[in-house]
Design a binder for this molecule. Structure first.
Ligand code: URA
Length: 212
């Protein structure tokens, strides 16, 4: 159990079942993509729990209903390239009106620091609830930097969603951005010497896109 109030590790049975299928090395790209999208959708259900509502009256075929509709900030999804792309469709199923942005970072071979090579965000990002997505939170370097860049462009209300997190990544992200809520479908044991999450699921980008 994570002690940080801003960190949510999913315990829903459907999520745990799908994570097991995802981890299996025999799972091919088609099923892997479907599972990543389904997991993102299930996680979005939880991550959207505190969205604001307002009261409305609705005419049903039978009478008037006191009902509720979303009233808070409009949503944006920001996919961290390239593996974040696998999660976009799942979030859009639940929040179809969300605008979608992209951010890409590479590791500078000399400084080893994540360096931005692409960033296109939806308009009025400062007024939106922003879901930043990347399936793997490994060292946390990319997520920390991506969120810093997104904040620099004005975003204030940010949630980060990943499928598998390593303790090292969670610690780095909560330290660098204590104001954001973090949603993980699974928290794994550790990182190996190559920065892969153990047991994890391998290279998420390669498994989504069938590359090697
Ligand atoms: N990125 C991945 O795709 N997998 C890992 O295990 C770590 C980072």
């Amino acid at each position: 159990m994570n002690q940080n109030q801003n960190v949510f590790i999913m315990d829903h049975p459907l999520i745990q079942h799908k994570i097991s299928l995802l981890r299996n090395k025999e799972t091919g790209p088609k099923q892997f993509r479907e599972l990543i999208s389904e997991l993102a959708m299930l996680m979005c259900y939880e991550a959207s729990r505190d969205m604001k509502l307002k009261d409305v009256k609705i005419e049903t075929p039978v009478g008037e209903a006191d009902s509720k509709v979303l009233s808070g900030r409009k949503a944006a999804i920001v996919s961290i390239l390239r593996a974040g792309e696998g999660m976009v469709s799942g979030l859009l199923k639940l929040i179809p009106a969300a605008k979608v942005g992209h951010i890409g970072l590479y590791r500078d071979p000399e400084t080893l620091k994540p360096t931005e090579y692409y960033c296109k965000l939806p308009s009025e990002i400062n007024e939106r609830l922003v879901f930043v997505i990347d399936p793997m939170l490994a060292t946390g370097g990319t997520a920390v930097d991506a969120i810093s860049q997104i904040k620099k462009r004005g975003a204030k209300d940010i949630k980060f969603m990943c499928i598998v997190a390593a303790p090292e990544g969670l610690e780095a992200l909560t330290k660098a951005h204590p104001d954001i809520k973090i949603y993980c479908a699974a928290l794994d044991k550790e990182l190996n010497d190559h920065g892969y999450i153990v047991p994890g699921l391998g290279d998420a980008g390669d498994r989504i896109f069938g590359t090697k």
